[in-house]
Design a protein around this ligand. Structure first.
Ligand code: BEZ
Ligand code: FE
Length: 642
């Protein structure tokens, strides 16, 4: 269990298409009426629309927001704000414009309505970074957090594809690092994974068609979620390294984040395996770091630091900067480690090597196969085939299955079929040992209340067992501990069921069923009883013992391969049929038997474990037993037919 602290950041978020038209309502909602509109030079069109929507509330406009939030620019904007006696700032733009808004708010206490046009995410954080005389400082406070964020997907449609890509991967980096941050918690984990999923899905759509509103919506929503992660947890090696590269080499912000992210992930992967597995799962790729690299490469984004003008000669200085101060990161951050990371990033080599994972082609294939079932008349067959193929394809792709592995699987199944005969069913054994038989059994039989639980049939049932009268000895003198069985069959309400047919079968003291012993003449340790007027039957047998399921075939090889033993917990099988009632197939397990918690076919159910206590002396039917004998008393409840 993890201990954590989580501060939800209290912003109001308005999300959708055309939402910026409601900006005046949002200002009024805050109780404000004199707005300074902040923008950069690159968002003239959206800013004009927002200005129009503000109407009379707009009293001043400042178009000079700049990168890294220089304090000199802030002072200029502040002078304008004071001159116009504003009580609220509305910003339209990317991280720089949001930064200016925050810088004004922290100085003069203005309320803020932020309308982001990129995927920066800073609009939902209480953090402000500023530069004064080239020195960058960062601070965090509740006054800095914007009151309201209006996400209008329409305003992001004009974001050029190249910036769309790098801005989205920059957002993804917040989500990735949130997952392995020391402060990570269930809320940020979910936000981060959903953000990564949204970017992985939305980015290819938007790059193919920049006006795709659904894709744009996915990206903007992911940006909000990533920003929320950024607001709640600290960042690791990716961000510290980018900070060093940005400060020491003046590399362009979002391009640099885009190049570094897969290498930072590959660096941390050995120390954050579970996080990388979860990321790979939502990205639907076998490896998270390579998956991010492939996503960027497939969309024509920057994949090497060389493209950004950074060379191998710059590595020593960058590695020194990035390791100057210690900070939390899953894997310890060393000069050698960062140098190797940077060398890969300069080269742009794919993490883990190999060619790109062909996700798009695989998805096309899956869709084609699923589409081929469109003509299925039986709706249940259609559902099962479609789901089976989808999951099988997912299994193949998420495990990056090789041809050799698939050939092995085909050969395994072929051999499984070849072993099957009249007296051997290896496929059922496979289903049993993989727990599938018991799962289907639970689904089929566990929903009938008050009925004795069922258990797998197993391969050793033989149709038409010999009729045996109550009181007989099923063991007929075989070695073993004698056991007196006294069972009743009743309705769920306890009413006895006379004339119920009860088939019983079990293995001998050595763990063999009669059908496994070719020298035996006729059935042994199996029989068919009929309950008496009180719904009861009694017989002698021997205490069952553990035995290995047949393990000389493919199933045995599988068990061996995964280090499992082949033993079944000791049990007696029962099959009970009574007219007007559901048939019950089940087993009873002595509570002092072996393997109760590791039964090789997962057949043991809690309510089927029964005390079969030891006795000495007189027996219920007066039979003379030399030494100890056991006793099994049990009532089977069977449900009427539905
Ligand atoms: C049995 O109990 O007889 C059995 C059940 C499943 C697989 C093998 C044996
Ligand atoms: Fe059995």
């Amino acid at each position: 269990m993890k201990t954590f602290t989580y501060n939800a950041q209290p912003s109001r978020v308005v999300f959708g298409s055309g939402t910026s038209r409601t900006v005046a309502d949002e200002v009024l909602r805050l109780g404000r009426s004199r707005v300074l509109l902040l923008t950069g030079h690159d968002v003239a069109e959206p800013a004009t629309e927002v200005a129009r929507a503000l109407g009379d509330l707009l009293v001043a406009r400042f178009d000079g927001a700049a990168m890294h939030t220089p304090t000199q620019v802030t002072e200029e904007a502040l002078a304008s704000a004071r001159a116009h006696d504003v009580d609220c700032v509305v910003s339209v733009g990317g991280g720089s414009t949001t930064g200016l808004s925050k810088a004004l708010a922290v100085r003069a206490g203005y309320d803020q309505v932020i309308i982001p046009t990129t995927y920066a995410g800073s609009e939902v954080t209480p953090v402000l970074g500023e530069t004064e005389n080239g020195v960058k400082t960062t601070r965090s406070s509740a006054d800095i957090l914007p009151e309201t964020v209006v996400y209008d997907v329409d305003l992001t449609v004009g974001l050029p594809p190249a910036i769309t890509l790098t801005s989205a991967i920059n957002a993804m980096a917040h989500a990735v690092e949130a997952l392995y941050a020391p402060e990570a918690n269930p809320v940020t984990d979910q936000l981060a994974l959903e953000a990564i999923r949204g970017i992985t899905q939305g980015l290819p759509k938007v790059m193919a068609d920049p006006s795709d509103l659904d894709g744009r919506g996915e990206l903007l929503q992911a940006a909000w979620l990533s920003g929320s992660c950024l607001a709640a947890v600290g960042m690791g090696v990716h961000h510290k390294l980018c900070h060093a590269l940005g400060g020491g080499f003046d590399l362009p912000h979002s391009q640099m984040h885009t190049v570094i992210l897969p290498y930072a992930m590959a660096y941390n992967a050995p120390a954050a395996q579970d996080v990388m597995r979860r990321i790979a799962q939502v990205m639907r790729v076998p490896d998270a770091a390579a998956g991010v690299h492939d996503l960027v490469a497939s969309l024509g984004g920057p994949t090497s630091l060389a493209e950004l003008g950074f060379t191998v000669d710059d590595i020593p200085k960058a590695a020194a900067l990035a390791t100057a101060r210690p900070y939390p990161n899953p894997r310890s951050v060393t000069v050698d480690g960062i140098s190797a990371l940077l060398a890969d990033a300069v080269a742009g080599s794919r993490p883990g090597g190999g060619n790109a994972f062909p996700r798009a082609e695989l998805d096309r294939m899956s869709r084609a196969v699923v589409a081929s079932f469109a003509g299925t008349e039986d709706p249940r067959l259609h559902t099962l085939m479609t789901d089976l193929v989808r999951r099988a394809h997912d299994f193949v792709t998420s495990n990056d299955l090789t041809t050799a592995e698939w050939e092995f699987a085909i050969d395994f199944l072929t051999r499984t079929g070849q072993v099957c005969s009249d007296v051997r069913q290896e496929f059922i054994l496979l289903s049993d040992t993989l727990g599938i038989s018991t799962m289907v059994d639970i689904l089929t039989n566990s929903r009938v209340r008050e009925q004795t639980p069922s258990a797998v049939l197993g391969p050793f049932y033989v149709e038409g067992p010999p009729a045996v009268r109550s009181g007989a000895d099923l063991a007929e003198g075989l070695p073993g501990v004698p056991m007196w069985v006294d069972v009743a069959v009743t309705n769920p309400d306890g009413t006895p069921l006379p004339d119920a047919i009860v088939d019983v079968w079990q293995s001998n003291e050595d763990g063999f069923y009669d059908v496994q012993l070719p020298d035996l003449d006729g059935p042994v340790l199996r029989g068919q009883f009929r309950t008496d007027a009180d719904g009861r039957l009694r017989f002698w047998t021997i205490l069952p013992c553990e035995y290995p399921i047949p393990d000389d075939g493919p199933v045995g090889q599988m068990l061996d391969g995964v280090g499992r033993h082949p033993f079944r917990a000791p049990h007696v099988h029962f099959m009970i049929s009574a007219s007007g009632h559901r048939r019950l197939i089940t087993q009873l397990f002595p509570s002092d038997g072996a393997y109760l918690t590791s039964d090789s076919v997962f057949g043991v159910k809690h309510n089927l474990i029964v005390d079969m206590p030891e006795h000495r002396g007189p027996t219920p039917d007066g039979r003379v037993v030399d030494g100890a004998w056991r006793r099994l008393d049990f009532t089977f409840r069977i449900a009427p037919d539905a």
